[in-house]
Design a protein around this ligand. Sequence first.
Ligand code: SAM
Length: 205
Amino acid sequence: MPFDHNDHYHRLLLRSLPPGGGTALDIGCGTGRFARRLAERGYQVDALDPSAEVIAEAEAAGGGPRFRRADVTAEELPAGHYDAVTCLASLHHMPFGTVTRLRDALAPGGTLLVLGCHAGMTAWDVVASPANAVARVAVHAGERLRGAYTPPLKAPVRQPDMTLPQIRTEAARLLPGSRVRQLLFWRYLLTYRKPAEPAEPAERT
Ligand SMILES: C[S@@+](CC[C@H](N)C(=O)[O-])C[C@H]1O[C@@H](n2cnc3c(N)ncnc32)[C@H](O)[C@@H]1O
């Protein structure tokens, strides 16, 4: 059914970025749906994914981002370059410590957003399952009413193995000042803002 837990959070992610655009890097971009939304917002977007299949589909859809087949754990990222780095439902495909590579690619004052998937049960799962069922039925019915539904190409998926408490501990260790907020549908949002460079001291006369 066409309800996508990650796409559901696109608006929240866009609201979490400062207005005004700039440069953005989307990691594990899949077929590029969020990268295109960043481009619509005025960002110049680089988008990476190691899957040849999804990159081909992303390039065919176009929409502005520069899509590239690459593994972020092996790729040299430009240091201090991006105003926004985003990583949706992809961090659990790689070692959690990859967040330090993403942090290093941020320009001073830049924002890192990780929409992550976590393992283990939390109190929210009590409401997540029924909410999930209702959302899937509602979206499916809407698609049916609008006409034929073509299932999108699915990006590679993997089960997460870190629990939310483990993620919070590692985020606090590797990205001091970051915030991890639990979301519905087995997701969390990690937000990190890189400190702006201190102003140059005024020249003495
Ligand atoms: C569940 S999909 C999410 C795709 C997309 N972000 C979305 O929200 O629909 C996870 C993506 O992470 C990508 N991925 C896995 N390992 C990666 C790595 N080392 N570097 C960059 N992307 C990776 C996969 O190829 C896959 O497209």
